[in-house]
Design a protein around this ligand. Structure first.
Ligand code: GDP
Ligand code: IMO
Ligand code: MG
Length: 426
């Protein structure tokens, strides 16, 4: 059995989409297991860019079955739009399957996401406003609607009638906004339902069948460890578990069946939205990294906050996910920086620590402890062998391995599918 998990090790946007696409060539199946269209995963093939939000990044490989798993929250309107965009480019999505257990992001979830952010004002999370939090909240308070409810439309209508009463009351009483019309929602979903029905399946059985038949299955994480609902910088997190444990929960797979667990690490840090970011660079260096790394959100277009690599964050991701391998991306972005810093600890009130505490009071006020490296000051985008990398670049990589106690198996030196240095075959 060969199962692969690809997860983000920082605050998202590490280049997971690219890595899933690179590995996707040898996969029989690619499965999303959490999150929704808050994700923006970029794949570049021969200079052509595709940004995927809900579709697994393996979708460009026509030979791999792509699965949207039970733990994902699905906005059917966004999904159909994404499929249509690919269809227009001559790419079919007949190899896509959607779990009957996945929850539906409803139009009122999107609205409530926006309204809650407004209400939170200065304390807003900085969400992607895609309805992710409100949808997961309904799932856990057990008033959500699932993909399987679309199969038997009478159930959908019945459940919607009950839930909408609660949602509309919130919208009117809490936010003084216009309620959603039941009949309008029903007719909208009648249309999407027809299109989705052929893709709806019991994905748990399908995925486990593939695993048991020794096929190559890749689980594609969205977001990252520091955005995890349990282990991230709560409340500045997303509403799911983007960790390897999330695979078991969100795809219906036993932990015994997970083999290779790959943490994608950007060679520096970025964060979108609010929340503490100790190694953030609010200066020309931050601007420089944003410009060279083209650090603008793939989903919302927001400028990403940029900073030095925070190895405490990556170490925490290695522990929580049980990472077997690291993939370092975007190291080419650091090529013309003379002195590169790496965060190796935090200091608050004279006390030093190297982990992320639960309370943001201490964490938000802590000062970074850095280790400095000499830069390599040359273009590395054409390098394809580890030995051909400049010595200073290798020193940087070695330190990451030592600090995290995890081997680096691939170094990505450019956005295209081809721009890689393979150290250990994955
Ligand atoms: P994801 O959400 O983790 O899939 O990452 P995003 O797609 O949101 O952001 C990563 C961005 O970096 C995308 O624009 C990628 O095309 C780009 N990228 C990925 N790997 C590399 C790399 O090694 N070098 C450079 N320069 N860009 C990369
Ligand atoms: P990928 O998969 C970066 C952030 C949002 C916000 C917080 C909560 O492309 O790495 P949400 O809409 O999920 O309720 O927002 O999480 N966020 C991401 N940041 N990459 C992502 O996904 C993200 N998905 C959510 O900016 O701070
Ligand atoms: Mg992204």
């Amino acid at each position: 059995m060969s199962s692969y998990v690809v997860v983000g090790s920082q605050w998202g946007d590490e280049g997971k989409g690219k890595i899933v696409d690179v590995l996707g060539e040898k996969m029989d199946m690619v499965v999303r297991f959490q999150g929704g269209n808050n994700a923006g995963h970029t794949v570049v093939v021969n200079g052509e860019k595709t940004i995927l939000h809900l579709l697994p990044s393996g979708i460009l490989n026509q030979n791999a079955i792509c699965v949207i798993g039970p733990g994902v929250v699905v906005d059917p309107f966004v999904l159909l739009e994404e499929i249509e965009t690919l269809n227009k480019r001559g790419l079919n999505c007949d190899h896509l399957r959607i779990s009957d257990r996945a929850h539906l992001i409803m139009p009122y979830h999107v609205k409530l996401d926006e309204l809650q952010e407004q209400k939170l004002a200065n304390n807003k999370i900085g969400t992607t406003k895609r309805g992710i939090g409100p949808c997961y909240a309904d799932k856990y308070t057990r008033i959500g609607l699932r993909v399987c409810d679309l199969v038997d439309f009478d159930i959908f209508k019945e459940r919607l009638a009950t839930t909408l009463k609660i949602k509309n009351e919130q919208i009117i009483k809490l936010y003084d906004e216009k309620p959603f019309d039941y009949d309008e929602l029903v007719s909208k979903f009648e249309v999407v339902r027809e299109k989705l029905l052929p893709m709806i399946t019991d994905s748990v059985e399908l995925v486990n069948k593939y695993l048991d038949a020794d096929k190559n299955v890749l689980f594609e994480g969205a977001q990252a460890n520091m955005l995890d609902i349990n282990y991230g910088t709560y409340p500045y997190v997303t509403s799911s578990s983007p960790t390897s444990a999330g695979v078991c929960e969100g795809a219906g797979v036993s932990p015994k069946k997970l083999d290779t667990i790959i943490g994608v690490v950007k060679a520096y840090s970025t964060r979108v939205g609010e929340g503490p970011f100790v190694s953030e660079l609010l200066n020309d260096m931050g601007e420089h990294i944003r410009k060279v790394g083209a650090e603008y959100g793939a989903t919302t277009g927001r400028p990403r906050r940029c900073g030095w690599l925070d190895l405490c964050v990556v170490k925490q991701a290695a522990i929580i996910n049980g990472l077997t391998d690291l993939v370092i991306t975007k190291i080419d972005v650091l090529s013309d920086i003379e002195k590169i810093k790496v965060l190796v600890g935090y200091e608050v009130n004279g006390k030093q620590y190297d982990y992320i505490p639960a309370s943001l009071k201490d964490y938000g006020n802590s000062k970074a402890i850095y280790k400095e490296f000499d830069g390599w000051m040359c273009d590395i985008t054409k390098v394809r062998k580890y030995d051909d990398l400049p010595a200073n670049c290798k020193k940087y990589l070695k330190f990451i391995e030592e600090y995290t106690k995890t081997r680096i198996s691939l170094v990505s030196v450019g956005p295209d599918r081809e721009n890689n240095i393979i150290i250990n075959e994955l």
